[in-house]
Each structure stands twice: as structure tokens, then as C-alpha cells.
Design a protein around this ligand. Structure first.
Ligand SMILES: Cc1cc2nc3c(=O)[nH]c(=O)nc-3n(C[C@H](O)[C@H](O)[C@H](O)COP(=O)(O)OP(=O)(O)OC[C@H]3O[C@@H](n4cnc5c(N)ncnc54)[C@H](O)[C@@H]3O)c2cc1C
Length: 471
């Protein structure tokens, strides 16, 4: 094969993990190519996942006037008849911009784009196929990073009738805002979309086979979210399983294992994700995926084959855009002998429901299980001037602080700006700070960040009271 087709690194998949692996290697002076399917530059993140869902949320919150109703009344709307076209125009605009940014970053770093589906011919040779054009090219490489991500899992036996029974990708092609919807699965994606549709006025029923939702979060925060969603007319069916969906011109009829039947205009399945490894011909590389299409890796994101790495959603938990980026960068560093610093365990979780939820560090349940003594400081947005100005009286921030050394052990936020505000707590924790930093620091006024100071004062007062008992 000519040297033109020989690379130091070939990355398969241009989502956040693939992009950052490619750019990190290019910055180290390596010759790098990314293989990506037609019209998918930027990956699931830009085209069907993170970016579209978060832009839709922004459009929903703006057009429904949701966040202004405390100030202007329950009937306040920016637009009364919201259509999918209203929502999608903003989404398509943002996707277009994001694609441009990804493309230009790759170009600036001289990362070559190879359009087509990548598959292994042997551990060092990748075929790039464009069947629609009847074309195949081949490249050889010293190293490979697999960053092929996932697709929505579709349970066997469920007929995904277009426009009626949907997965999270299909939501982006709705022709009308449904009057009613069943959301099967109360994971992060299911709850984010359930809250968006509820805000749009859709009558949503969430069916979840576990007894609770989002049980990795703080229960008090999730209770606040459930209360809020119930207020938007969301019905929850926990401990119930969907066993069948019939669809017809009239709509859908969902049958639960308990025998309940729920009529609705549409059903959205949010039944987890399946690793996109079936087209890779992994056995030719000496690799295999598990039954959910995931590839296992070591602490350096290296697979069982030394020169092949895998990053992002295809390796499973936590399957977030943010972590995928760092995994990609670290994989490239390891491959090319650059010193790496392992990912910090203090990683935030953001749930872009309406309202938002975010946390970092431990939950009360975890601390109690580990018998770590802590005290809780709480701040409610309704106590903050900025909360009133913004029209958010329901938000809250919880600070979990060690009663032994006053270190911040966890932060849990519900309400406006939660996914941004969390980084203050993350920074204090990451720098080994104590709650005293939050008590002594001066914050801009009026801001939601002040919630940290209020919660810090609350918890330090409680700790002082404990001390007065000699504890
Ligand atoms: C609805 C939804 C909402 C989300 N919201 C958030 C959020 O708010 N915050 C967050 O951090 N994360 C969120 N995520 C998760 C986030 O999108 C993923 O963690 C992230 O996109 C994973 O990046 P990745 O690098 O693994 O690649 P992906 O973004 O999954 O992209 C993989 C790419 O590989 C390509 N590919 C696959 N097979 C081949 C092949 N054989 N040849 C060539 N190319 C191939 C695909 O076409 C795709 O473009 C969300 C996901 C979804 C679905």
C-alpha cells in the first residue's frame, strides 16, 4: 500500500471521543485520519443526541414561556401553537454550526476525513466503504481508536411504526406535537424528553419497570423533580413493564405486564443503547464485543489488542459526551507515549430535564452506607434575590459536608442553571477545599451561585451546634 494510505492513527467515528483522540494525536505531530459515515460528522453527539436534545429543550423552555410563568402567570406563552418546525429550525441551526466547528477544528489540525463505513480487514488495515457510490478504499495504520458510539436499543417484539412508536432518534422527525405520549423507560434520556413534551402540553405517561427513577441521584432532588413533573400532568407507572404496543391510524395502545392498557398518540422507547460494533468486523482485528455491542478496555482505554483503543459510548458507562472527549485524548496520549493524568473521579452528572438536575460527588445514601459522618446544608432559590428575579422559587442546592474535616463530599442541585452551577462545587472538591471556602468567599449578588454560600452557612451552623455537644 502506498505511503499516502498509511497513517500513524486511524480513528473510527467522529463523535466527541473520536475528535479529541484525533486532534490530540495530530498535535503530537502524527498523521491522523477519521473514518465517518456520510452526514454524521460530529457523531451522535452533534446529529441525534446531546446537541439536538439540548437545543430542543432550550427551544421548548423559551417558546412555552415555562420559566417566566411564576412572574407572568400560568397562561404566559411566547408562542401558543408550537410546531415541530418551530423547534427544529433552532435545532438545525445549532447542528449546522456545530458541524462547521468540528469540521474546521479537524481541518486546522490536518486530520483527514475519510467518508464511509470503516471495518477491519486485519488488525492494521481498515476498509472504508461507501456502498451508495460503490466505492471502497483501504488504509493502514500503526494505531486505531474505535469511537463508534451507540444507537438506540429497540426491544424485540416491538413494532417501531414510523410516527407512532419511536426511539430517541425518531423524535427529531415528528410531524406534529402529540397530544399524548407513553415514554417507556425512565432513564436520563426518557425523563429529559418526557419533561420537554410535558412542558409542550403533551399528556405524558412514564412507564418504568424499576420501582423508582434516576436512583443514582439524591432521592430528595428526584422527589422534587417528580413533584414538578406531576404538576405538568406527567403520570408515573413504576414497577410496570411494557409487554406490547399496538399501533393504528387512531394511535397506540400500550399493554403493561399488569394488564393495564394506555392509549396514546405516540410511544417513545428509551430502552438503553446498543454499541455500534456490528459493522466493524471486529474478529478480523482479533476483538469481540459483548451482547450489548460494547468493547472492553483497560485503564488506558486499550483493548485486548495492544495497538487498538476504544473510547466513548462504545465502552459503556458513563457514556457521556464530556467523558468521551477526555477518554479520546488520553487514549491518543497513551498510544504515542505522552504523559497522561488519569481522569479525576470527581465528575459531574447533568440531567437536562425541565427543570435541570445536576450533582457531583457522593449521595447521602452512599455516605450512609459507608458510615461516613456528614451534615447537610440546604439553600432554596426562593431565599435568593436572583431566584425571585429569574422566577424560579422551586430550585434548591444541597451541600454534603464531612463533620470530621469539613471537606465538601457532594453537591446536589435542582432548578435553573443546575448543570452550570455544579462546577463551583466540583472545583472546590477537586482542589481539596473545605466548606469554609464557600463561607468566606464573596459571590456576585444577586446570583444563583449565592446558593452555595447560603447552604455553606447552613451546614456550618449545624456543625457548630454538633460541636457544642462535644461531637
Ligand atoms: C438523546 C441523547 C441525549 C444526550 N444528552 C447528553 C448530554 O446532555 N450530555 C452528555 O454529556 N451526553 C449526552 N448524551 C450522550 C452523548 O451523546 C454521547 O456520550 C457521546 O455522543 C458519545 O460520543 P462518542 O465519541 O462515543 O461517539 P458518538 O457521538 O456516539 O458518535 C459515534 C460516531 O461513530 C460513527 N460510526 C459508527 N460506526 C462506524 C463505522 N463502522 N464507520 C464509520 N463511522 C462509524 C457514527 O456514525 C457516529 O457518528 C446524549 C445522548 C443521547 C442519545
Amino acid at each position: 500500500m502506498s505511503s499516502e494510505n498509511q497513517y500513524d492513527l486511524v480513528v473510527i467515528g467522529s463523535g466527541p471521543g473520536g475528535q479529541k483522540a484525533a486532534i490530540a494525536a495530530a498535535k503530537l505531530g502524527k498523521r491522523v485520519a477519521i473514518v465517518e459515515k456520510t452526514d454524521m460528522i460530529g457523531g451522535v453527539c452533534v446529529n441525534t443526541g446531546t446537541v439536538p436534545s439540548k437545543t430542543l429543550r432550550e427551544a421548548v423552555v423559551y417558546l412555552t414561556g415555562m420559566n417566566q410563568r411564576e412572574l407572568y402567570g400560568a397562561s404566559y406563552r411566547v408562542k401558543s401553537d408550537i410546531t415541530p418546525a418551530d423547534l427544529m429550525s433552532r435545532t438545525e441551526h445549532v447542528i449546522g454550526k456545530e458541524i462547521e466547528i468540528v469540521r474546521s477544528q479537524l481541518q486546522r489540525n490536518r486530520v483527514e476525513m475519510l467518508t464511509g463505513t470503516g471495518s477491519f480487514l486485519d488488525p492494521h488495515t481498515i476498509a472504508v466503504d461507501q456502498p451508495e457510490r460503490g466505492e471502497r478504499s483501504m488504509v493502514t495504520t500503526d494505531y486505531v481508536v474505535i469511537a463508534t458510539g451507540t444507537r438506540p436499543a429497540r426491544p424485540a417484539g416491538i413494532d417501531f411504526t414510523p410516527g407512532r412508536v419511536l426511539d430517541s432518534d425518531d423524535i427529531l422527525n415528528l410531524s406534529a406535537i402529540p397530544a399524548s405520549m407513553v415514554v417507556a423507560g425512565a432513564g436520563v434520556i426518557g425523563i429529559e424528553y418526557a419533561s420537554m413534551f410535558a412542558a409542550l402540553g403533551t399528556k405524558v405517561t412514564v412507564v418504568e419497570k424499576r420501582p423508582a427513577m434516576l436512583d443514582f441521584c439524591d432521592p430528595e432532588i428526584i422527589e422534587a423533580l417528580r413533584f414538578h413533573l406531576r404538576d405538568l400532568a406527567v403520570t408515573f407507572r413504576f414497577g410496570e413493564e411494557v409487554v406490547g404496543v399496538q399501533s393504528s391510524e387512531r394511535g397506540t395502545l400500550t399493554t403493561l405486564a399488569s394488564g393495564k392498557r394506555i392509549p396514546a398518540e405516540t410511544v417513545m422507547y428509551s430502552a438503553g443503547r446498543q454499541g455500534l460494533t456490528d459493522e466493524l468486523n471486529l474478529q478480523k482485528a482479533g476483538l469481540e464485543a459483548d451482547n450489548r455491542g460494547r468493547i472492553s478496555v483497560d485503564d488506558h482505554f486499550r483493548t485486548e489488542v495492544e495497538h487498538i483503543y476504544a473510547v466513548g459510548d462504545v465502552i459503556g458507562f458513563p457514556a457521556l459526551a464530556a467523558t468521551s472527549m477526555d477518554q479520546g485524548r488520553l487514549a491518543a496520549y497513551h498510544a504515542f507515549g505522552e504523559t497522561e493524568v488519569a481522569l479525576t473521579p470527581i465528575q459531574p452528572i447533568g440531567i437536562y430535564s425541565v427543570p435541570e438536575v445536576s450533582y457531583v460527588g457522593a449521595t447521602e445514601v452512599e455516605l450512609t452506607e459507608k458510615s461516613i459522618p456528614y451534615e447537610v446544608g440546604v439553600s432554596r432559590y426562593r431565599e435568593l434575590a436572583r431566584g425571585h428575579i429569574a422566577g424560579d422559587s422551586h430550585g434548591m442546592l444541597k451541600l454534603l459536608v464531612s463533620t470530621e474535616d469539613r471537606s465538601v463530599l457532594g453537591v446536589h442541585i435542582f432548578g435553573s442553571g443546575a448543570t452550570d452551577l455544579i462546577h463551583i462545587g466540583q472545583a472546590v472538591m477537586g482542589c481539596g477545599g473545605t466548606v469554609d471556602y464557600l463561607v468566606d468567599a464573596v459571590f456576585n449578588y444577586p446570583t444563583l451561585s449565592e446558593a452555595y454560600k447560603v447552604a455553606a452557612l447552613d451546614v456550618t451552623n449545624k456543625i457548630r451546634e454538633l460541636r457544642s455537644f462535644g461531637v
